[in-house]
Each structure stands twice: as structure tokens, then as C-alpha cells.
Design a protein around this ligand. Sequence first.
Ligand SMILES: NC(=O)c1ccc[n+]([C@@H]2O[C@H](COP(=O)([O-])OP(=O)(O)OC[C@H]3O[C@@H](n4cnc5c(N)ncnc54)[C@H](OP(=O)(O)O)[C@@H]3O)[C@@H](O)[C@H]2O)c1
Length: 246
Amino acid sequence: MGQIVISGGGTGIGLAAARLFGADGNRVHIIGRRPHVVQEAAAALNTEFGEDRVVAHAADLTEIADVERVAGAVAESGDPVDVLVNNAGGNFGRAGRDAALTEIAADYRANFEGNVLTAVLLTHALIPQLARPGGAIVSVSSIAAVRGPGSYGGAKAQLHAVTFEWAAALAADGIRATAVAPGFTEETEFFGARMSPEFHAGRVGQTLLKKPGTPEEIAEAIKYLAGATNVTGEILHINGGAALGR
Ligand SMILES: NC(=O)c1ccc[n+]([C@@H]2O[C@H](COP(=O)([O-])OP(=O)(O)OC[C@H]3O[C@@H](n4cnc5c(N)ncnc54)[C@H](OP(=O)(O)O)[C@@H]3O)[C@@H](O)[C@H]2O)c1
């Protein structure tokens, strides 16, 4: 049995990853800001598994005190962390082209904090607990990192840069760092009220395969990268051909 930490594990891609790692018998920690969401997700998965393997943590990972509290709780078992999945995030930008500078600044700050700082703080808090050798960090980026939009895509591109940094800095300890970059993935809370049949069809239409991605497909990629013992510093794009050659 291993120990897995998944930020944003209460919904969407993170929940699918929690189900996959939990089904393999691992202890899985899931983290999200809304207590009822992570608690209900953990209870449902534990019912599926028939035993308590999933532990819920309510925390805002942009807050240092919350991150330290979660890292302390994960350390209680004394077991190393085998896989850290930095999945928490989203597009927190809402400003239109004609928005005021204050709104544009707020978007950039929110996307930096929500997509970069969440991953950076949790990773640095857990580095001492990562398995040596064999630990793996898998962060969830986005197709937006290579094609925009700016404040969200820029934050995800920074996640690539920190992945490269971690890969180089932690290789001597036998720890690998990679990222998966999904394209349009349905059955998540990512698009919120923007989702409609027309929006869905438009996103699917951008792919060569003419299908939406699923959280399960991304979870399988996360699991692959977590166990790919000769892969580090790589970004795996999964987008149905919506962006080529990456
Ligand atoms: N769906 C797509 O098409 C798509 C495409 C490319 C990349 N992605 C990326 O995939 C990742 C997972 O998103 P998803 O699609 O599965 O959407 P989702 O269902 O909205 O999942 C995001 C999760 O992150 C949690 N979260 C957000 N901010 C947090 C914070 N500050 N602290 C702790 N938890 C936080 C959310 O829970 P709370 O709100 O309760 O905190 C939620 O469970 C994100 O990084 C997203 O950018 C998604």
C-alpha cells in the first residue's frame, strides 16, 4: 500500500484520480476548500472500496496555514508520500476585453494563486515526506498553457516551469516531477455556468477525434506518470488533437 495526496480530489479529474489510486489499495488524501464536497467524496469512495482508504482535508491551498495543517495531518501515519497530485485549480479569470485594470489585475492574481501557488506551497510542504527513492509529483496543467487564455494559460505555463525545477532539484533523491496537460474534459466543475450544449459541441469540435476528454482518461495519465520510472520533467498533453505536436 502507498500513500497518495491529491489536491482538488473531491470533484472532476481529482476525484477520478482518487478512485483509481484508491482502487489499487492506496491510502488517498483528498483536499478541497469546501468541507462537504471532500467529505462526501471520501465517504462515497470508502463505501465503494468497502474500507476507509480515503481521508478528506478541507483546506484552501493558497493559504500557508492550511497547507501546513494538511502536511502535518498527512505526516501523522509516519509513512512516506509516494505520489503527490497537484490537481487543484481552475480558470478564475472573468475579465472581458474592456475590463478595468483592477479587474484584470485581480484575474491574473487569482489565476496565479489558484493554479501556481496551490501547487508550489503544497509541494514544498510535502517534499520532506516524499518517498526517497520513488516519490512522484504529477501536476495538472492545461492545453491553455500552450494556447491561452492569458491569465489562466500563463499560470499553467508557470506550472511547467516549476515542474522542470522540481525535476532537476529532486532527481538526486530519486523523486520525479511531471505534468499532464488536459484539453477539454467533461464531467468536471471547471466550466461551471458557462457549460451548455452549444459550448460543449464547440469544445468537442476543436478536437481531431471529435470527442470530449473524460476525467478517467486524465486519471489514467496521472497514474502512468506516477509510475513511469524513466520519465521526469515532461508534460504529457491529452487533448484529442486540439493542439498538435506537444
Ligand atoms: N476540465 C477541463 O476541461 C480542464 C482542462 C484542462 C485543465 N484542467 C485542470 O484540471 C484540474 C482539475 O479541474 P477539473 O476539471 O477537475 O475541475 P473541478 O471539478 O473544478 O476541480 C477543481 C478542484 O480543485 C479544488 N480547488 C480549487 N481551488 C482550490 C484551492 N485554493 N484549495 C484547495 N482546493 C482547491 C476544487 O474544490 P473547492 O472548490 O471545494 O476548493 C475542485 O475540487 C484544474 O487544475 C484545472 O485547471 C481542467
